[in-house]
Design a binder for this molecule. Structure first.
Ligand code: EPU
Length: 426
């Protein structure tokens, strides 16, 4: 296993190019299962998770080839319908094959994911939604067996709370159902919108993109896709926070600032100066002229999009440990997403957790100091990277395979911004 070493205390400055979004690439890769033929996906990040998803598709008879960031996926010879526990346990998003496999083959066998480092994360919405479309689902031996004779039937499906992959799975299931399906209280995340665009480009008829009500008129057939993955808003947010936390000034490029409404306002609330163009965001220190100064403690509450994203909660917490005040961080999406707190405390952060709320006492004057810490999940790990970059001295982060799931060329990108960071065998 590899670990990441950071010699902290250097400010990050300059430009960093944002990759395609992991959480858009994963459902779009699965959508290629819907119809035979050669599909083209552009701006696809090369990550551990996208490779895992492609391995899963390979096991089902799907072929693929990558040239730079363009992925060609040929799903003509699809001959399997199972996602095994071995794959699903390493990547919960594997459950996204459920909807498209039932739609194409009339059956699927997908392992239940089980709990993970950030919470229980059930898939009951996916299953009850499929049942409403006429699919028979049966749970046995840790797997969900889904099957239907003939086409699915359109229906109204209400989500008790917006679910990103739940909405995506049911979208993919419903595009070829007979009649109209309405998804109510659907997730509004930009990654869902990316999938809607891909499916409509394949001949689907989906209305309501970007709203919590998606109406799908079922079509008889689809054609192969040619679609670009949207920029990764979580990667963009992570670099903005990292630059700010180290007292630097810099720009994230090739991103979509309109996908970061809550984060950019919260960064402004800390006193940081944020400038946006159509495809870039620049962060500058409150005092201007490259002078870093104490940031104001700022509260956040994670919510479904367009609220503050849970996937940027841990990173913002790392920033708040360096602020001049107190900030209250309320996590409402996942019940166990404070695993980074104990690790940040090892770097000197003052944080108290009570249930879903963490209270961070900023330590701008004292700062953080490097230590050995452990990565527990993807976003928790990136908060440790941010804290390590801002801390004085050396930080060693073990189990960095978590980071490789979601950040393309992390070490190269940070190095180009001026960080001293490298990987070593643990
Ligand atoms: N939920 C249920 N039942 C379901 C589905 C969801 O109760 O059947 C609950 C969840 O337990 C959670 C809430 O609904 O409390 C929202 O979960 P959601 O289903 O939206 O999460 P997800 O689709 O499993 C995606 C991202 C996550 C991101 C969340 C929230 C992908 C592949 N994953 O997960 O990304 O945190 O939405 O925005 O899109 C990450 O990239 O690090 C990551 C964890």
């Amino acid at each position: 296993m590899e670990k990441l070493i950071i010699e902290g205390g250097k400010s990050l400055n300059g430009e960093v190019r944002i990759s395609g979004a992991k959480n858009a690439a994963l459902p779009l890769i699965c959508a290629t299962l819907l119809t035979p033929g050669k599909h083209i996906l552009r701006n696809v990040p090369d990550l551990r998770d996208t490779r895992t998803m492609l391995r899963l598709l390979e096991n089902l008879g799907v072929r693929h080839a990558r040239k730079d960031d363009v992925l060609t996926i040929d799903s003509s010879d699809l001959n399997g319908s199972e996602a095994s526990y071995d794959l699903v346990k390493t990547m919960r998003a594997s459950v996204l094959v459920l909807g498209p496999l039932v739609a194409r083959l009339g059956k699927a066998r997908v392992s239940l994911p089980g709990g993970c480092a950030i919470g229980a994360r059930p898939i009951n919405f996916h299953i009850t939604g499929l049942e409403l479309l006429g699919v028979k689902c049966h749970l046995e031996g840790g797997y969900v067996d889904a099957a239907i004779d003939g086409r699915m039937q359109g229906n109204v499906i209400y989500f008790d709370m917006p679910s990103v992959t739940g909405t995506e799975n049911l979208l993919m299931a419903a595009v070829q159902a007979e009649g109209t399906t309405v998804l109510k209280n659907a997730a509004r995340e930009p990654e869902v919108g990316n999938l809607v665009d891909m499916l409509n480009g394949m001949g689907a008829r989906i209305e309501g993109k970007g709203t919590d009500r998606l109406t799908i008129e079922g079509v008889e057939s689809l054609q192969p896709a040619d679609c670009a993955i949207i920029p990764d808003r979580i990667e963009a947010g992570t670099y903005l926070i990292a630059i700010a936390a180290t007292g630097g000034e810099g720009t994230v490029t090739h991103c979509n600032p309109s996908h970061l409404p809550a984060l950019l306002e919260k960064l402004r609330a800390t006193g940081l100066k944020i400038e946006e163009t159509d495809s870039t965001v620049t962060v500058r220190q409150p005092n201007g002229n490259g002078q870093s100064g104490p940031l104001k403690g700022t509260d956040i509450k994670t919510l479904p999009y367009p609220g503050y994203p849970t996937d940027l909660q841990a990173q913002f917490m790392a920033l708040m440990t360096l602020s001049s005040g107190v900030s209250v961080i309320n996590e409402t999406i996942f019940e166990n997403r404070f695993m980074h707190v104990a690790e940040l405390q090892r770097l000197g952060a003052e944080i108290q957790v009570d249930g879903h709320t963490a209270v961070v006492k900023g330590a701008a004057m004292d700062g953080l100091s490097g230590a050995r810490v452990m990565a527990t999940d993807l976003r928790a790990s990136s908060s440790l990277v941010i804290a390590g970059l801002a801390a004085s001295g050396r930080t060693e982060i073990s189990r960095i395979y978590h980071l490789e799931r979601g950040y393309e060329n992390l070490v190269d990108k940070l190095t180009a911004l001026g960080a001293t960071v490298w990987k070593e065998q643990d």
